[in-house]
Ligand binder design. Structure first.
Ligand code: UD1
Ligand code: CA
Length: 450
């Protein structure tokens, strides 16, 4: 594939989505539509993938900082988009380009490979689908069985729309010399007033080039997303693909129709998920681990036999083997629960480590904290990690016992085996094995009679 580059068309507004966000930045199972297309191309093209950006290009560049972009200042159609990329691709020494629409999130590496294998000999090849309800897709016209044109639905007469269910899927392999020769002859003489990439088919067929239609049958992987309804439908299709695979490999799913797992996530066989729940990003759920209903797990690792109980929310967290989270816990980025530690209801951790066997079971905030193994954090303990300007760390030693309703004003160290009395405000370090009490002494006075 060294002589072939890939180009993703992603500059369009996606008017039919009625959203300010570029269409390819809409999400399916938590990931941008465009990231699925890029993932399908990467195995074949490596770094040689360019994205045509236009509408809200800055947003696209921010979302994909490592990607290569070509700018299409005005979005004058898919043919115009290819035209903008031509100098870059020819300048980089490529001979051919695989062009795909950026709004096809079900595209897979296998589908791209199968297409390339059949497309390789031709000057211009494009994928076609056979659809029962071809709607707005471009229709393939044939003469004596050979493809001779693609006509957009808008530009077709009623008879063609009725008869012709073979549609253009929006994936093309095009020789760059053909593109350079024929793109200047593409006009805007159509209902949309746009330069259509699809006009290259008729120009190439009429100009003695070899043109191939690669028939992909009813493969849903190539369908485009053009409306919120189509996005919802595709997302559901993708979701079901993932859960079907999980069931096959031996993951236990309760209410599988309500389990949403991102394709980037890894769930080992022998793990157990109960819907409704979401396992998003590059999460990993190991064997024997369970995630109960109403949990969201994003970019987090749940170790073997760990339990994430109902209504917990994890983002960027690591939960080691046998640990217990929730119900109603919140683990934010940098939360680490070492082996067999416990975090209970209404406990929030951020950038904080809970050592093996340590417990914070009720109503607690641990931010920028390091808690030693076997420590016990009483109900209502708060690490005061922010002084209005900077964040500071709290260190709590092994087997320390922090009484209920304690405020630990960071930076502060509480030594191993120490005890902090309930209701304390700790502003100075506590030594190993010491008892610290920092609260007003109780006075019992006679009650004033009115
Ligand atoms: C396009 C095809 C149609 C095909 C269908 C398959 C054309 C003219 N039509 O129609 O034959 O059946 O895909 O899904 O190509 N884009 C740009 N710059 C532009 C315009 C669009 O980059 O100026 C991008 C869009 O962001 C989108 C892709 O090109 O990702 C396709 O555009 P879209 O408007 O969705 O084309 P369709 O009407 O679906
Ligand atoms: Ca489309």
């Amino acid at each position: 594939m060294a002589d072939t580059a890939a180009l993703v068309l992603a500059a369009g507004k996606g008017t039919r989505m009625r959203s300010d966000r570029p269409k390819v930045l809409q999400t399916l199972l938590g990931e941008h539509m465009l990231s699925y297309v890029l993932a399908a191309l990467r195995p074949h093209f490596g770094e040689n993938v360019w994205i045509v950006a236009g509408h809200q290009a800055r947003m696209l560049q921010t979302a994909f900082p490592g990607a290569r972009f070509v700018l299409q200042g005005e979005q004058l159609g898919t043919g115009h988009a290819l035209m903008q990329a031509l100098p870059t691709l020819i300048g980089a020494g490529f001979e051919r380009v695989l062009v795909v629409n950026g709004d096809a999130p079900l595209l897979s590496g296998d589908v791209v490979r199968a297409f390339l294998e059949q497309a390789l000999g031709a000057d211009l090849a494009f994928a076609t689908l056979e659809l029962d309800a071809p709607g707005a897709y471009g229709r393939v016209l044939r003469e004596a069985g050979r493809p001779c044109a693609v006509l957009e639905a808008k530009d077709c007469d009623a008879a063609t729309l009725e008869r012709n269910h073979e549609v253009n899927a929006g994936m093309y392999l095009i020789s760059l010399s053909l593109a350079a020769a024929l793109l200047p002859r593409v006009t805007r003489a159509n209902k949309s007033g746009e330069y259509y990439i699809t006009d290259l088919v008729a120009l190439a067929a009429g100009g003695g080039y070899s043109v191939e239609a690669v028939e992909c049958g009813r493969d849903e992987s190539l369908l485009g997303v053009n409306s919120p309804a189509e996005l919802a439908w595709m997302e559901e299709l993708l979701r079901r693909r993932v859960t079907d695979e999980l069931l096959l490999k031996g993951v236990l799913l309760h209410a599988p129709d309500m389990v949403r797992v991102c394709p980037l996530a890894r769930v080992d066989s022998g793990a157990e998920l109960t819907g409704p729940c979401e396992i998003l990003g590059e999460s990993e759920i190991r064997r024997g681990a369970s995630v109960a209903s109403h949990c969201v797990v994003h970019d987090s690792v749940i170790g073997e036999d760990a339990q994430v109980r109902h209504f917990s929310h994890l983002d960027g967290a690591r939960v080691d083997a046998g640990a217990i989270v929730g119900p109603f816990a919140r683990l934010r980025p940098g939360a680490v629960l070492e082996q067999a530690s416990h975090v209970g209801n209404f406990v929030e951790l951020k950038n904080a480590r809970l050592g093996a066997g340590a417990k914070a079971n009720h109503l607690t905030y641990l931010g920028d904290a390091d808690v030693g193994p076997g420590a016990n954090i009483g109900a209502g303990t708060i690490t005061c990690n922010y002084d209005g300007r900077a964040k500071h760390r709290t260190k709590i030693g092994e087997k320390a016992f922090i009484g209920s309703n304690t405020a630990l004003v960071a930076p502060v160290d509480v030594g191993a085996g120490s005890l902090v009395g309930a209701g304390s405000v700790i502003t100075r370090d506590v030594g190993e094995g010491e008892l610290a009490i920092a609260r007003a002494r109780q006075k019992n006075l006679p009650r004033q009679k009115k």
